[in-house]
Design a protein around this ligand. Structure first.
Ligand code: ZN
Length: 315
């Protein structure tokens, strides 16, 4: 039994509109689902990813309008690494981001490009060169040769960054590569997980911070993962039906909230794959609130829906 690498990563935004503009337009991902938080249906839950919303490509946000900026600290993820096809793609993105007023920083060796999203979340583009099949979305201004290829890694803060975390290696099947760096190798995809020494300032959950990270499980293994975490004395939740996958949640010993999510049924379970993320979808138990929510949630337009006609002409 092994995890299939990353499923998704979930963050908090204070402004869904600028979040959609940044990820579905500037970065060229596809907004694949527009729904609400299961536990607080007054808040948007937005999912971005490749054309199909495949696990490994998915970034999601809860919107809490006007949320104060958070600060990544001890026990929190501080950086997400997104793959691009090659060194020339780093150049492309440096120009595109600069043209859109985003401050970027190129590493000394030129291999990574670091910047922040509108909420202050730190992102890094890296060349995806060691075997992850590309998971890309189509955007009229982003050539396929430079499209983001999915998530390559994430880095968190820990007090014991260099010490091997045995829950990762013994329970979850990560490989410790030394110096706080881990690799989670699934059958098709892998993910680079790492701990860095924590800063002195206390962490604060808020806009621009990561809420949790979800690892992918084959459907048939999901309950066995729950049992394995219980046997390792970890507190783990019951299985929650999230409509697009089933989920269990637990906190790893360094403090980061982990989820294990099933690969099925995926985002096309309640809407046409051609029109993912265009209409507001509500969890079954919140469907009766639709009228109220449609009145209270600030409308968001999926750029894909807005640009669909233009795209057909240029394609
Ligand atoms: Zn999740």
């Amino acid at each position: 039994m092994r995890l299939e690498g990353l499923h998704h990563i979930t963050m908090i935004t204070g402004d869904a509109r600028s979040n959609v503009a940044f990820y579905a337009d500037t970065l060229g991902l596809r907004l694949v689902k527009k729904t609400v938080n299961f536990d607080d249906p007054s808040a948007y839950h937005l999912y971005f990813g490749d054309e199909a919303g495949a696990p490994g490509s998915i970034l999601t946000w809860f919107e809490f309008p006007g949320a104060a900026p958070g600060r990544a600290g001890l026990g929190m993820i501080h950086t997400l690494r997104l793959g691009v096809p090659g060194a020339a793609s780093i150049e492309f993105w440096e120009t595109r981001l600069r043209d859109r007023g985003v401050t970027t920083e190129r590493s000394a060796d030129g291999a990574t490009l670091t910047f922040a999203d509108p909420d202050g979340l730190r992102l890094q583009l890296v060349v995806a060169d060691d075997g992850n099949p590309p998971l890309t979305a189509v955007h009229p201004e982003v050539p396929a040769a430079h499209a983001i290829t999915g998530l390559e890694g994430a880095r968190a803060y820990s007090m014991f960054s260099g010490v091997e975390e045995s829950v990762l290696t013994d329970v979850l099947g990560f490989t410790h590569e030394g110096d706080g760096e881990y690799r989670l190798q699934g059958e098709r995809r892998h993910f680079h997980w790492a701990y860095d020494p924590a800063p002195a300032l206390a962490p604060r959950q808020g806009a621009g911070t990561v809420h949790h990270i979800a690892w992918a499980s084959r459907d048939e293994d999901h309950l066995d993962w729950q049992a394995r975490i219980r046997e390792a004395d970890g507190y783990v939740t019951e299985v929650k039906d999230r409509d697009y996958f089933n989920a269990i949640y637990f906190r790893e010993p360094r403090g980061v909230l982990f989820e294990i999510a099933t690969l099925s049924p995926g985002f096309a379970t309640d809407e046409d794959p051609e029109h993912l993320g265009e209409a507001l979808r509500l969890p079954k138990q919140h469907e009766h609130l639709r009228e109220r929510l449609e009145a209270s949630l600030r409308p968001i337009v999926n750029p894909r829906a807005a640009g669909a006609d233009a795209r057909e002409v240029t394609a």
